[in-house]
Write a protein that binds this ligand. Sequence first.
Ligand code: C2E
Ligand code: MG
Ligand code: MG
Ligand code: MG
Length: 293
Amino acid sequence: QVQLKEQLGYAFYTAEMNRLVQQQITLEAELHHAVTGNQFELYYQPKLDLLGERGIIGVEALIRWNHPERGLIAPFQFIPLAEATGMIQPIGDWVFSQACDQLRQWQQQGFDGLTLSVNLSGQQFNDPQLVDNIRRQLDRTGLDAASLELELTETHLLESETEAERILHELKALGVGLAIDDFGTGYSSLSRLQRFPVDVLKIDRAFIHDLPDSTGSAALTQAILAMAHSLGLEVVAEGIETEAQRDFLRQQYCSQGQGYLFSRPVSAESMTELLESQWNSDRPNPQASAKST
Ligand code: C2E
Ligand code: MG
Ligand code: MG
Ligand code: MG
């Protein structure tokens, strides 16, 4: 009987595996198509000033796949596949050029002083062309390197420390900002962080989610903030969904935040509307300074 069960289990397993493999093959073919067929779109999520009155101070570009039949596909459903198939390179190039064009456009509309954050996957980080590609985009658009921020995860830095350090220093020399995304989920030690020329820590939303009630999350968040402050790093809290979470973070002097409480990631058009309403309401005369540039 045990044997029969095992055989049935095995048969089920292979059928399920076949289905998954088929799905991956289909998706892979479709991903090729998406690259050439202009099916990607960038959404933007605002980053807010939590302690002052500046409101939106930056935007993070988040890719979406507009599939002709399946609708909007989230990055976790295709970024790993794009990584495995080498398609992350052309996709990453597209993200950079699209995001830089958009920031340039917002600047020309008078929305100045915003930083643009772009996510990098492991393959992109290790691409020998990375620094040249970014430099080319900056030259092409005339953007100030300081307005661009790259988001990396701790795992990028773990694989080959000396190599990672070299790349980070090259990026730093370009003048772009460097952020550690999803901070707290990896294994970065304090000494390691100090060695890397990183500017920003983004606290993973898993910690924010349980604030302020979970003593564990509260203690960790406080520790991350204390450490970051003593190292002179900027901190962004991700995934702020409630006022209680925001208030706790403010009390701990966390200076920047993102999350559904403020806005979900939205299309470029909707982001423009958000910027317009902010610039029209609480900025004294933003259009005046825009005209002089
Ligand atoms: P991430 O960079 O950590 O982005 C934050 C994710 O959290 C986004 O998911 C965002 O929609 C979501 N989020 C923001 N605020 C909240 C909140 O209050 N509550 C909850 N539950 N979620 C929130 P998204 O857009 O699905 O992106 C997932 C991941 O995919 C990103 O994580 C990033 O690692 C990767 N990714 C996105 N765009 C790109 C890209 O252009 N290139 C690369 N290489 N990776 C990307
Ligand atoms: Mg990110
Ligand atoms: Mg993150
Ligand atoms: Mg994340």
